[in-house]
Design a protein around this ligand. Structure first.
Ligand code: FUC
Length: 765
């Protein structure tokens, strides 16, 4: 089984790249092996994921494939739910919200178990799961002089250590062009590598060694009568020098100079030939010299990664393991960490959502160690999956947005059924949660399940991709999805007789409770502010799209008239932007969702052009406080960027970068960052990584109409000198900015129509 391939100096290639990159913040550094998942190094190609624990004594790589999902298509619409609708609406119009909520809970939520409150490993909703684990147990487990580096620019993890008088190196990458995970072990003296490889999974799978490959196959539970997802993969163990033999589910290596493992996997979610395909991928990769494999992988990654470059001032604390820097940054600002976090978010997007990925990134991107991943590792659409894609357009990764954009369009047929069953309406609707089985029904709990604007919020992404790219052919293609979402609201919103305003009913303001006039703590309501903001934006986008495409003038007229009748965004008794139609108080003032500020970010209905609301937005944030879960903190950085408050951005960024090891569910204020820079809700949830990357971009540039604000929220700690290249503005414009002492020293726009832009720079303080 000895490989005849020539050894290639991967180490040299890597060292050269590391030297080149020495000045940029592109390295996540560890001085110890990972014990926990959140200390490991994530790698991915938009489908296959690997979490490298880098433990020389007990090698562990958690492997993922983005369609390893249990569950299956679920009949979750209550066909006669619409019969309860008039009565629920009557109760709401009469101010009897408690009765409305009770009736909604009884007759207007998902049929069946829905998402089983986030525990659907074996249920029909299903859950995103680990593929399996590759282990390597070395014959000699001793080691010293440990270092592990995740190189974000090249998408490679390298672990180095000393053992038995040799320098050892483990290199791992996940290639997009070759669709394989490559893991290579070397020592600088021959014959050193001995040990055992295993590929395993705790349930629903079996592994056997076939020749020099470990083959794992299995099938997940569907929770329905239809068959669950079948999955499989293989890890081929290739030795140079020494020998390899196998028994049972183990491959043993004896005295090798070098060992390379090539892994690929798939599922039958998108095609039945996944196992043949995985074997073919491994065989083809095996034919290529490892240097070529690495080069193809990094070249492909850098095509995306190099589009945008941020440089922030360096502090004296930038050396050493990243987690140590995070701790020091709690006392002394280390702006480079924000630069690193920005780069990490872009890295994660390229690694979890490539233009040809079949699924959008989920609550954990594509990385999950569990079989029951928190909240099923699903696609939450009342902020989370949207936040995953906030950085896509602005940081120049608009093509990585496609998996979400395609997915939204795939929701439409089920969304139509749901619209008919619950609202007896045309168009399509999706509520709070969805999955690869395209779930669009309300969730199973009244407290959170009936937010009506999840799908409409997704439509912001469909339109934004056009707004940034100006691609009319694309707009033509997504227009029916936008239009049908708009029609759904056009038909289902009701008029509040007290005010004459059009409002959604029933709905809720994502997951937040209010106290009604009787002191009852409730969720079900009509016309929460976020719905108004989303519907206003959706209708505005459809009106613009129809005009651009020269279509549907009757619809344009209708939506324009209806848009004028929407409830306004109101200011309440605390000076805050009201979250509900009534000026209710919330039992949890610091609740993580700040839904009424959708209009500030990611929307644009609250801006300097609406001074009263702009002021009220600040007041809202003061009441909510500067703490929160990971994603809530990231959102707050974006809000303060829109408010032009760089110091608050810096303060919350610092809070978000607080090192944590907590994995228990904390729904209010546990947000922080794990040793590997993954966001902590806690538990791990990737949205804060993406959200904060977008928020950092918002601190540096904002386009409002034809006015472009350069460095609108630059904190003092970033002022000394810096630059950003390759940020994008709506209208297909690229912007580069250089600054010194907080003043713009030069900027450059590329693209059409830039002469129309009015530029506003920070004034010297
Ligand atoms: C919503 C949020 C939670 C969490 C979950 C995945 O329910 O309110 O904080 O992010 O989604």
């Amino acid at each position: 089984m000895e490989s005849s391939r020539k050894p290639i100096m991967v180490n040299l290639i890597l060292s050269a790249t590391l030297l080149n990159m020495a000045s940029a913040e592109t390295l996540v550094v560890f001085d110890r092996p990972a014990v926990k998942f959140y200390e490991s190094s994530p790698l991915g190609n938009g489908r296959l994921g690997a979490m490298v624990f880098g433990d020389p004594a007990n090698g562990r790589i958690v492997l993922n494939e983005s369609s390893v999902w249990s569950g299956g298509p679920q009949d979750s619409d209550r066909e006669d739910a619409h019969k309860a609708l008039p009565q629920i609406q009557k109760f709401l119009l009469a101010g009897e919200n408690k009765k409305a909520q009770e009736l909604l809970q009884k007759n207007f939520l998902a049929k069946g178990p829905g998402s089983s409150y986030g525990a659907s490993k074996d249920g029909p909703f299903g859950c995103y799961q680990q593929f399996g684990v590759l282990n390597f147990t070395p014959a000699n487990p001793s080691f010293s002089g440990y270092r592990r580096v995740l190189d974000l620019a090249n998408a490679v993890s390298t672990t180095t250590f000393q053992r038995a008088g040799c320098r050892w190196e483990e290199t791992t990458f996940v290639s997009a062009p070759d669709q394989v995970v490559v893991h290579r072990l070397t020592a600088d003296k021959p014959g050193q590598i001995s040990g055992e490889f295993q590929l395993s999974r705790d349930e629903n799978a079996r592994t056997e060694a076939r020749g020099d490959a470990l083959v794992l196959t299995g099938q997940l539970k569907s929770g329905t009568t239809s068959p669950g997802v079948k999955f499989g993969g293989l890890a081929k163990v290739i030795n140079k020098g020494g020998s390899v033999d196998s028994s049972g589910n183990t491959i043993k290596v004896h005295g090798a100079d070098e060992v390379t493992v090539i892994f690929s996997a798939g599922t039958d979610m998108f095609g039945s030939k996944f196992m043949d395909e995985a074997s073919r991928r491994v065989a083809q990769a095996h034919k290529k010299p490892i240097g070529d494999l690495l080069k193809r992988s990094t070249t492909s990654h850098r095509k995306f990664y190099d589009r945008c470059v941020l440089t922030l001032p360096k502090s004296g604390n930038s050396a050493g393991p990243t987690v140590g820097r995070m701790a020091k940054n709690q006392d002394v600002a280390d702006p480079g960490l924000s630069e690193l976090l920005f780069n990490f978010g872009r890295y994660l997007m390229i690694s979890s959502s490539r233009p040809d990925s079949q699924l959008p990134s989920n609550l954990q991107g594509i990385w999950a160690e569990e079989l029951l991943t928190p909240w099923n590792g699903d696609f939450h659409i009342n902020i989370n999956v949207q936040m995953n894609y906030w950085p896509a357009e602005i940081t120049g990764l608009g093509d990585c947005h496609s998996p979400l954009l395609k997915f939204i369009q795939r929701l439409v047929p089920n969304g139509r059924k749901t619209a008919r069953a619950y609202y007896n309406a045309d168009g399509w609707v999706a509520h709070v949660i969805t999955n690869p089985w395209l779930f669009t029904s309300p969730g199973e709990g009244a407290e959170w399940g009936s937010t009506i604007t999840g799908g409409a919020w997704l439509c912001q992404h469909l339109f934004d991709h056009y707004a940034y790219s100006g691609d009319k052919k694309y707009l033509e293609q997504v227009y029916p999805t936008l239009k049908e979402a708009a029609i759904f609201f056009s038909q289902t919103m009701i008029r509040d007789p007290k005010t004459g305003w059009l409002v959604t009913a029933p709905s809720n303001s994502p997951e937040n409770a209010y106290r009604d006039k009787n002191g009852d703590v409730l969720f079900t309501c009509m016309g929460p502010t976020i719905d108004r903001e989303i519907v206003f934006e959706l209708w505005s986008n459809v009106i613009s799209a129809a005009k651009v495409l020269g279509k549907d003038s009757d619809l344009v007229e209708k939506l324009t008239a209806q848009r004028n009748q929407l409830s306004p965004i109101q200011v309440g008794k605390h000076g805050q932007v009201m979250e509900w139609l009534e000026d209710y108080d919330e039992p949890e003032v610091t609740h993580r969702h700040v839904s009424m500020l959708y209009g500030l970010y990611p929307g644009d209905q609250i801006s300097q052009a609406t001074p009263d609301l702009y002021k009220a937005a600040r007041r809202t944030l003061e009441r909510r406080g500067p703490d929160g879960t990971g994603w809530s903190l990231a959102w707050k950085v974006a809000f303060y960027a829109r408010l032009g408050d760089g110091e608050m951005c810096a303060k919350i960024l610092q809070r978000l970068l607080r090192p944590t090891g907590s994995t228990g569910y904390n729904m209010s204020n546990g947000g922080g960052t794990y040793a590997n820079l993954f966001g902590a809700h806690p538990p791990f949830q990737i949205d804060s990584n993406f959200g904060v990357t977008a928020a950092i971009a918002e601190m540096l540039v904002r386009r409002e109409g034809d006015t472009v604000y350069l460095l609108p929220a630059l904190p003092k700690a970033w002022a000394a000198s810096g630059s950003v290249k390759g940020l994008k503005l709506r209208g297909g414009i690229t912007v580069d900015i250089n600054w010194v002492n907080g003043e713009v020293t030069s900027h450059r726009f590329l693209g059409k129509g830039t002469n129309r832009l009015k530029v506003i720079k920070p004034t010297a303080k």
